[in-house]
Design a protein around this ligand. Structure first.
Ligand code: MN
Length: 755
């Protein structure tokens, strides 16, 4: 047999197979699709079959089985009509085949083309774009789904993909199952599609936590008989009463979904048995007519509470005010015959259909004149709900959060891969989740594009990008900043390895240095240097040398001196007092204090410099230094002149309100005066950053440090430097040079100086 012949046979098989399934579809929608509409469905089917011809799904089935299955879900599980069925059949045509939106428009008209366009676009957003936060997600829905049918068909599409997920490779299964629980199930819930929501949740659990899924399934089977007996015992007296009152009804024990059992076990931290023990009964009655429905709910309620005592405050009246997604029912909790609380849900058949399938099912109850106008009304309602920026939008987001497992969060990599972590996991956990090397080298992270520390607690929906550096060193505190076992053991391992390395390295460094200085290492040497470097053991000394915390530059001095020259420690870095500037401190005491100004100093103010009676004060609000544009403010009957920066808000206020007292001012010379300036800076902590900063400062000849204060927390440092500078140029130079240092995020001049 030739290859062509084989293909022909396949095509014939495919056609026959598709035809069979198509007939099934028509059967399942025959009740609410008019004969003339079947033409449209057939046309859509023919185009879909033609365009996907020869293509196979991962399962090996012809591709066309997928659109047909989606169409079936759309009609029999969501309750949508002919237009939606046609769209479901065509939903992958533009995305996966040669056909364009224009073709669809040409064959099927504008309305269907618009829905297919929406489906194609939404698929791009769902599948290709990286992370979506709930709010973005909502916005996306608003912009892309001019017709809510787009979303409903998309949900049906996902449901079928979840039902056939077995044929996908394991990594794809996880990704798809993760998206499903994160995005699709809450969305289905929001739209009132309870049955689909539950199935999506269960399927997602199955692929994400197979053992949990199987364990709960088995336990349900084991306990089913006992549960049925309890339900019967509870129901019998009620059944009698309802029959006495000629009510047509169905009563059943509401089966809990596997996912909801698991979710409850997690949320409340209780074993399966305790969750399963909570009984819930559903009574679905045939309403006499639409008008008496509500009264009948209350009648049934009253019959039940005649038999069993209701729990106070446990009435949920969703019949007087239905939920936003259309849910209607009356809920109550009563004391059952064995002394256990039992939840009872009372619904009419109509209410039950809405509850299970969503509002879309609603229009069916309009009798023979059924049209999709009712559906259009509902669509409008959903759109309004999504568009409302107030309570509903918040509720929408809340529901998203609520529907996530309480014990887990889902976060995205920059490329959009989904990672599941325990709740309260940090960016560091995330780093280790990706790879232990990423964790070991992590210095910070960007969460939703904002710089955060390594101990930042992540939330579901966050997009996380880890910033790494080869110079990063593991820190002991990291152990308290992670939640996952994976991160903890990686950190412990790395610390052990690193300490060993550091000690080795430090030992070598010290030995080399001592050799250079021709000092043989002896206990006398250690007795001398250990206290000098403020460490308590040799290992600590080696380790700190190895990690660069202790620099050996002054080793020679230490070995020589026998005085107790005290060192000031600044954040692991040692600067001796003399290296800062005691001298200039004295010189500039005048600058900010209310002292007589000596006019021989180069700071002058025009017009009044000749007078000897004026004191010049530097305004504390803006701390001008030579080079800044300044003005003076001379209070009436006061000899003091306060110098402000021209752009200082106080100065601007004074200029407008007390312009008469403003005196022009300028700096005559900038050579000799040192003015106090203050910088604030922050960035990512790394070993040696303080040393680098001080080196930069001391390299600037025209600048003297008065005080340097650097505080590190959670891998980020924040600091303040007070320095004496000659003028603005010097200061700007310095700011520029510090900014260039690796790890420094921002350096700013602080306007206010605290004396
Ligand atoms: Mn599809």
């Amino acid at each position: 047999m030739s290859k062509d012949q084989v293909e022909n046979i396949n095509v014939i098989d495919e056609d026959a197979y598709a035809e069979e399934q198509y007939n099934d579809l028509i059967l399942s929608c025959s009740k609410h699709v008019k004969v003339k509409d079947i033409k449209l469905i057939r046309k859509a089917f023919d185009l879909a079959k033609e365009s996907h011809k020869g293509i196979k799904r991962k399962s090996g089935e012809p591709y066309i089985t997928h659109p047909i299955a989606v169409a079936k879900i759309v009609t029999s599980e969501i309750g949508l009509g002919a237009t939606s069925i046609a769209c479901a059949l065509l939903h992958d045509v533009v995305e996966d085949t040669e056909y364009t939106i224009e073709d669809i428009d040409h064959f099927f008209g504008e309305k269907i083309a618009a829905i297919i366009d929406g489906l194609t676009k939404i698929s791009g957003v769902f599948d290709k774009q990286s992370s979506l936060q709930a709010e973005n997600f909502r916005k996306m829905l608003l912009t892309l789904s001019d017709d809510v049918r787009v979303i409903l068909i998309k949900i049906a599409d996902r449901l079928h993909n979840m039902r056939t997920l077995d044929s996908m490779p394991a990594n794809k299964q996880l990704k798809i199952a993760g998206e499903t629980i994160y995005l699709y199930a809450p969305l289905a819930h929001r739209l009132g599609l309870y049955a689909i929501k539950t199935e999506l949740e269960d399927l997602s659990l199955k692929y994400r936590h197979l053992n949990v899924f199987e364990e709960i399934t088995t336990k349900i089977q084991i306990n089913e008989k006992k549960r049925q007996q309890e339900i019967n015992r509870f129901s019998l007296p009620i059944i009698e009463k309802l029959e006495e009152n000629n009510i047509e009804f169905d009563i059943n024990g509401r089966p809990k979904s596997i996912f909801s059992i698991w979710n409850k076990m997690q949320n409340k931290n209780i074993p399966f048995e305790e969750v399963y023990d909570l009984m819930a009964i559903r009574i679905i009655f045939k309403a006499l007519n639409r008008e008496t429905e509500k009264a009948q709910c209350w009648q049934i309620y009253s019959l039940i509470t005649d038999t069993y005592t209701p729990k106070p405050d446990r009435i949920r009246d969703w019949i007087s005010s239905p939920k936003a997604n259309g849910y209607e029912a009356l809920h109550t909790t009563v004391m059952g015959p064995t002394g256990k609380w039992v939840e009872v849900q009372i619904r009419s058949e109509r209410m039950d259909t809405i509850a299970e399938r969503g509002f879309a099912a609603h229009w069916k109850y309009k009798g023979d004149k059924a049209s999709e106008s009712e559906l259009d009304k509902w669509i409008k309602k959903i759109r309004e709900m999504l568009e409302n920026p107030n309570s509903d939008a918040l509720e929408f987001l809340d529901e998203f959060k609520m529907n996530l497992f309480s014990s887990e969060i889902m976060v995205f990599t920059p490329k959009g891969d989904l990672k599941t972590l325990p709740k309260y996991s940090t960016t560091l956990d995330f780093a280790y989740e990706i790879h232990s090397e990423i964790g070991n080298k992590a210095i910070g992270a960007k969460v939703n594009h904002k710089l955060v520390a390594l101990n930042h607690i992540l939330r579901s929906g966050d997009q996380v990008e880890i910033i790494t550096s080869n110079k990063q060193k593991i820190q002991n505190e990291w152990l308290h900043q992670v939640r996952t076992a994976k991160a903890k053991s990686s950190i412990t391992d790395a610390i052990k390895a690193e300490t060993k390395d550091r000690i080795k390295k430090g030992k070598k460094l010290l030995e080399t240095k001592l050799k250079e200085l021709k000092v043989p290492p002896s206990s006398r040497v250690f007795r001398k240097i250990i206290p000098e470097y403020d460490v308590s053991t040799k290992d600590e000394l080696y380790s700190k040398i190895g990690s660069g915390i202790i620099l050996l530059e002054n080793l020679k001095k230490i070995l020589k001196k026998n005085t107790k020259n005290k060192l000031i420690r600044y954040w692991g870095l040692q600067i001796s007092k003399s290296s800062s500037s005691g001298k200039s401190k004295k010189e500039t005491n005048t600058s900010a204090k209310n002292k007589k100004f000596n006019y021989k100093n180069p700071l002058i103010i025009k017009e009044i410099t000749e007078s000897d009676n004026n004191n010049i004060l530097i305004a504390k609000c803006c701390s001008p230094i030579p080079g800044d544009d300044v003005i003076g403010y001379k209070k009436p009957k006061d000899n003091n002149i306060t110098i402000h920066k021209s752009k200082c808000p106080t100065a601007i206020r004074l200029m407008s309100s007390e312009g008469n007292y403003i005196v022009p001012a300028k700096w005559t010379s900038q050579k000799f005066l040192s003015s106090l300036a203050k910088l604030s800076l922050n960035g990512i902590d790394r070993i040696g950053i303080a040393a680098d900063i001080t080196t930069v400062i001391s390299n600037e000849l025209s600048v003297n440090i008065r005080k340097i204060f650097i505080e590190t927390h959670d891998g980020i440092f924040e600091g303040e430097i007070e320095l004496y500078v000659h003028n603005v140029n010097d200061l700007n130079n310095l700011i520029m040079n510090i900014s260039k240092l690796k790890g420094v995020d921002s350096v700013k001049r602080k306007e206010e100086i605290v004396k």
